[in-house]
Ligand binder design. Structure first.
Ligand code: ZN
Length: 284
């Protein structure tokens, strides 16, 4: 039986959030509708964060109301706090993503809060999620290397995982935020994690800054992980290495999955159209 890999398309949120060019609401909606047409099984549409922090996401509400949704696709939004969560629920989301980190310095610089504060904020959101039957995906940034602290100790990642699991988070996405993870590093961390938890709980969120994403993902798939984050057209840069690639492209992940004998359910031709489209409007 052919096994499935669930690709989480993060271009509209993670990708667009990290580029400086402003993308219009109409163009975002067109991009997301193209991803829907390509049957990307899960699409992270927007972030309900204060526009003061992330101007690119100021139109999250409008984008959410204008996209055409398909039943078989999970649409999700990143929420930083209860207020963001309430807005996401109002906009019809049944799945949200929350953020913590394995590096204290990264957490402070990226979200202006300590790791402990980020966990506390997630804790405050849990009752609302349970009440409204909202699925929660927890991102852990900098699981391997931090731009400020360098190599991250495994204990910090394990602690973040344990905290998220204790809170009742449904899925955990392990982030290689600056693309410096190596296949050995991925294998080492996953071996320890999978000693305690099942692979179904985890996603890999790899950045391709140093062209290592593909190899790292192959390692993850080989160890039983079946959820991979990526962005169509590889949209999104890396704020810590100007000009370098950010998120691994969904086209690459879909290709790897095919080569490794997995099914993704994505229409690759239509995916390419979405990738080309977003590249054409962000790389002018
Ligand atoms: Zn990313």
């Amino acid at each position: 039986m052919i096994q499935k890999v669930h690709i989480v398309e993060v271009g509209p949120r993670d990708g667009l959030q990290s580029i400086s060019e402003e993308v219009s609401t109409v163009n975002k909606v067109k991009y997301i509708d193209m991803l829907t047409n390509a049957i990307c099984p899960e699409i992270e549409v927007a972030s309900f964060v204060s526009p003061k922090w992330v101007p690119q996401m100021a139109d999250a509400k409008e984008v959410s109301s204008l996209i055409t949704r398909k039943d078989q696709i999970i649409y999700s939004a990143l929420v930083p706090n209860v207020k963001g969560l309430e807005n996401a629920i109002k906009c019809g989301y049944h799945s949200v993503a929350v953020l913590t980190a394995a590096s204290e310095s990264f957490s402070l610089k990226n979200t202006n809060s300590s790791i402990e504060e980020s966990i506390k904020r997630i804790e405050e959101m849990i009752p609302y999620c349970k009440e409204n039957k909202i699925r929660i995906r927890g991102y852990i940034s900098t699981c391997w290397v931090c731009p400020y602290e360098g190599n991250i100790g495994i204990e910090a990642v394990i602690k973040a995982i344990q905290d998220l699991i204790d809170l009742g988070v449904d899925e955990i996405s392990l982030g290689d935020t600056i693309g410096k993870a190596t296949p050995e590093g991925v294998e080492y961390l996953l071996e320890i994690i999978l000693d305690s938890w099942p692979p179904e709980l985890f996603a890999l969120h790899m950045h391709d800054t140093y062209n290592m994403a593909a190899e790292n993902i192959v390692v993850g798939l080989g160890m039983g992980l079946r959820i991979i984050d990526s962005s169509a057209g590889g949209v999104g840069g890396c704020p810590y290495a100007p000009g370098a690639a950010g998120n691994v492209s969904t086209e690459t992940v879909a290709r790897i999955c095919m080569e490794q004998g997995f099914e993704t359910g994505i229409d690759v031709e239509k995916l390419k159209l979405a990738g080309n489209y977003i590249q054409s409007i962000t790389q002018s």
